[in-house]
Ligand binder design. Structure first.
Ligand code: HEM
Length: 252
């Protein structure tokens, strides 16, 4: 994401740091956050000021945002900062969780590692089943714009609805034996890991590309991934905020 957003190499370390320590998920209104906002806001405000000071922005992402208008007015610095922060939140934290699940499963399941190594064509199926079984984004929220009845439950206009993506992905009415991890599902993309409708994730293709690249590079470089003796591997939680998965990498 740092590269895609045209930021310097220092952003790579910062994004990782904010993802690991959780500050990526904080906002100015989060209790305990300093008045200047989370570190990402301070960082992006400085980058916006740099780009504004140039005769013409040199960074394409910033140039598009600085030129954008809502109802005929440009975005305020706060709105720009929020957009940039959200880009990182949505693009880094989620993908890191996705990659953690992909790698963790390969550490725990050497037969799967060997299967993918023998047939790289199965990597896309592996990615989709991981997204279904271990959805990085477990839930999302909506506010009903009108009264609606779903499966006999009345939701009134203005009510907040929490939608369980992780739960929907394990709906036995949609996915046979939903708790099983299988690469032979009839509709591998029939999950909701990237949401649906008008707000469906615009980064889904990038996330899939990153996942496929990571698994391919790992298989190219390692002939095995092994558990580290003495380390306890609890099941990874769904959702975000993973810590590193210890593993031994046996080089080719
Ligand atoms: C495995 C990785 C990812 C997962 C699981 C994921 C998941 C999601 C989900 C579930 C939503 C819909 C939220 C809702 O409707 O309330 C969403 C929206 C969004 N995602 Fe992703 N995402 C991932 C990667 C990315 C990447 C790499 C980017 C940026 C390049 C990105 C940018 C966004 C943005 C901007 C939205 C908001 C779209 C809107 O509200 O119209 N995501 N994502």
């Amino acid at each position: 994401m740092a590269h895609i957003m045209g930021l310097g190499r220092e952003a790579v370390g910062l994004f990782m740091q904010w993802s690991m320590d959780g500050t990526m998920m904080t906002r100015p209104a989060t209790p305990g956050v300093a008045p200047e906002g989370p570190a990402s806001h301070v960082y992006f405000r400085a980058r916006i000021a740099e780009q504004r000071a140039l005769p013409e922005p040199t960074n394409h992402v910033f140039k598009v945002l600085l030129g954008a208008e809502i109802d005929g007015r440009p975005l305020s610095d706060q709105e720009l900062t929020t957009q940039l922060h959200f880009m990182v939140q949505a693009g880094v934290h989620t993908t890191r969780s996705f990659l953690a699940h992909l790698v963790n499963r390969l550490v725990q399941d050497p037969a799967l590692f060997a299967r993918l190594d023998a047939d790289r064509e199965q990597i896309p199926l592996y990615l989709e089943e991981s997204l279904r079984h271990d959805a990085p984004v477990q839930r999302t929220t909506r506010i009903a714009t009108r009264d609606v009845e779903i499966s006999g439950v009345l939701i009134r206009k203005g009510e907040t609805v929490e939608m369980g993506i992780g739960s929907a992905n394990r709906d036995e009415g949609q996915h046979g034996a939903p708790a099983e991890f299988r690469l032979d599902r009839s509709d591998p993309r029939g999950h909701l890991a990237f949401g649906a409708g008008s707000h469906v994730c615009p980064g889904a293709m990038l996330a899939r590309l990153e996942g496929a690249t990571a698994v391919r590079v790992l298989l190219d470089r390692a002939k095995a991934l092994e558990r580290v003796p003495g380390v306890i591997y609890p099941p990874l939680p769904g959702s975000l905020g993973h810590q590193p998965v210890p593993a031994r990498l046996v080089g080719r």
